[in-house]
Write a protein that binds this ligand. Structure first.
Ligand code: GCU
Length: 590
């Protein structure tokens, strides 16, 4: 019997334990290897693949042998990219898709090797050489696996199953107003590190200070105290930090950085060096707070001139995933005159987030706790906590992110308040430097006083309140817009986080007939809403819903929608509607 290899078992256990928590960010590691490209696929609508052993990628072993499945180099899909938009027959597909590719690897004694997925929707399972590496739930955040002990010299077989079936206990749950794009929708990397490496770090301005950088750094694979260098050349910072024996160190460094802001989105090259491991990242420094009903950026009140958008390229009818995609979206955002974006309704890919930061766009980020989430289910709460932790872990060094939002349009209940207050408390623990918000649509209207109010105890736990209110669309104006009053969370900043109405580009008609779906109606709706906004005493900004027309299976008016939500200020072909110019003028006036 083979000698029982205790050390290998211990190594495997430690790797399994840590591989859940380590997230090496390949966008900061110059030597990360992209695994993007054409991958072999099998479509598995009856979810038979795991029982049939697709993950073994078995080949016939003789004349009499045959295999019922094959990742033949015939049927392929592009990675990254949702599968729905790559083949007409997959337009509405919900089920399993199996991906396979070979990796030419070598066993490298002084390195560890990881597979990093920037995102795959919704549930993924990964095998290497027929051995399960692990699984991940959630469509919009990264995950990775330490494959070191499972690598062979030469050709290695990588198999990934992705399932996008909607489920009541998922986040988002069964119903949502965007396309259920499934698949490996974001970048995939192979990351090789020294056996001991820099696992994680955070460096931002200390809360309420503009002259103290604070943060932490964590090493992996060390058992004694270590020295790590931190260099920020432009700030003449070259410090050596000494970790404890588990490889952790927290620090405070005096500095006078030029503060990041939309006009001058200053980023500093920050470098961490530990042994053979070097990480470089461009990081900005700014303060963000509220003062009464104002949002204070670097101690100065700022008005959030924003817009919502989905992570979608309408012309391609698919998920956005590349730098070119990010540039297309964000250039249109800047053209509108924005200094702020709300990445509806999930953490969008890092290429969008990092490019937005470089372009001076502040960001509201959220996980898809969207309307009908099952807050009574304990596993849903655990999933929400993991997703929120992963979102903060991924983007904690992004100065552009100023608001973490815990929910969008959730109905008040004891369970909902318990779960969302739990997320607020978790966030305050993980990151006390940013604002915490949520978007509400349970707004009441009092006819006698023409006043909007919001009775929701969750508000008191938040720094900032978002209101989604579709005046002129889901609710007609009960009185002239300028006569409407707002009395919502007046001691806090209030963002109109969603408003708007639908129009088909090039469709013209009366501006007082909603069912005309005309540009004129949408234009007038925006004029009226902006007129109403003047009466909101604590208005800190607006984010129209939505920048581009976007796809949604719930939009079935086949004359005007045909599977598209037409609230875009810009059409699915990239053409600006009349309302776009109303917003542009309003932002110019602010
Ligand atoms: C809601 C929701 C959006 C949705 C929008 C609409 O407010 O947050 O995701 O697309 O309304 O109805 O168009």
């Amino acid at each position: 019997m083979k000698k029982f290899n205790l050390s290998l078992v211990l190594l495997l256990i430690s790797i399994w334990v840590f591989s859940e928590s380590i997230l090496l960010n390949p966008y900061n590691r110059k030597d990360a290897i992209s695994l993007n490209g054409e991958w072999n696929v099998i479509i598995d609508p009856f979810c038979r693949g795991e029982i049939s052993g697709f993950y073994k990628n078995k080949k016939p072993s003789g004349k009499a042998d045959f295999v019922e499945y094959s990742f033949s180099n015939v049927f392929r899909l592009h990675v990254p990219g949702d599968f729905n938009s790559q083949l007409p027959e997959l337009k509405y597909y919900e089920g399993n898709v199996w991906y396979q590719r070979t990796l030419k690897l070598n066993i490298i004694s002084d390195k560890r090797q990881f597979l990093y997925f920037a995102g795959a929707n919704y549930f993924s399972k990964v095998w290497l050489n027929g051995v399960e590496m692990g699984s991940h739930e959630g469509g919009f955040l990264p995950f990775q696996f330490d494959i070191t002990p499972f690598v062979k010299n030469g050709e290695n077989d990588l198999v990934v199953m992705v399932n996008n079936n909607r489920k009541k206990e998922n986040i988002p749950a069964m119903n949502f107003d965007w396309w259920n794009y499934g698949g490996i929708s974001r970048d995939v990397f192979l990351v090789q590190t020294p056996t001991s490496f820099i696992e994680d770090y955070k460096i931002q301005l200390k809360k309420s200070s503009s002259t103290t950088l604070t943060g932490y750094l964590r090493l992996n694979g060390v058992q004694t105290a270590q020295n790590v260098e931190i260099n920020i050349p432009e700030l003449k910072i070259n410090k050596t930090l000494t970790t404890n024996e588990t490889g952790e160190v927290s620090f405070e460094i005096s500095a006078k950085p030029q503060l990041w802001n939309p006009e001058i989105p200053k980023l500093y090259s920050v470098r961490f060096v530990f042994g053979k491991d070097t990480i470089c990242e461009d990081i900005g420094f700014r303060t963000i707070e509220t003062k009464g009903d104002k949002v204070m950026l670097n101690g100065i009140p700022v008005f959030l001139k924003g817009v919502n958008f989905h992570e979608e390229i309408p012309q391609r009818m698919g998920r956005a995933y590349s730098d070119a995609d990010a540039a297309m979206i964000l250039n249109e955002v800047k053209a509108l005159g924005c200094n702020f974006i709300r990445t509806g309704h999930y953490p969008q890919n890092e290429r969008i987030v990092r490019m937005a930061e470089k372009m001076g766009l502040m960001i509201w980020e959220e996980i898809p706790i969207w309307q009908g989430i099952d807050f009574t289910n304990e596993t849903v709460m655990k999933k929400a906590e993991v997703m929120f932790k992963d979102m903060i872990a991924r983007d904690k060094n992004r100065a552009a992110i100023i608001i973490w939002s815990v929910a969008n349009e959730t109905a008040p209940s004891t369970d909902r308040n318990r779960v969302l207050r739990g997320l607020v408390n978790l966030t305050r623990k993980l990151d006390n430097t940013r604002l915490i918000g949520a978007a509400f649509n349970n707004i009441s209207y009092t006819k006698e006083t023409s006043t909007f109010t919001l009775q929701d105890s969750l508000v008191q736990s938040l720094d900032l309140v978002g209101v989604n209110k579709y005046m002129g669309w889901y609710m007609s104006f009960p009185v002239a817009p300028g006569q409407l009053k707002w009395n919502i969370a007046i001691d806090k900043p209030l963002l109109i986080s969603e408003f708007g109405g639908e129009a088909v580009y090039g469709q013209h008609g009366a501006n007082d007939v909603a069912s005309s779906w005309s540009e004129e109606y949408q234009e007038k709706l925006y004029i009226d809403n902006i007129d109403m906004f003047k009466n909101i005493p604590n208005l800190c900004g607006i984010t129209p819903w939505v920048l581009f027309d976007f796809r949604s299976p719930t939009r079935m008016n086949y004359l005007n929608q045909n599977g598209w939500n037409r609230k875009g200020l810009v059409s699915d072909k990239g053409l600006r509607k009349k309302a776009w110019y109303v917003v542009k003028d309003y932002f110019n006036s602010k």
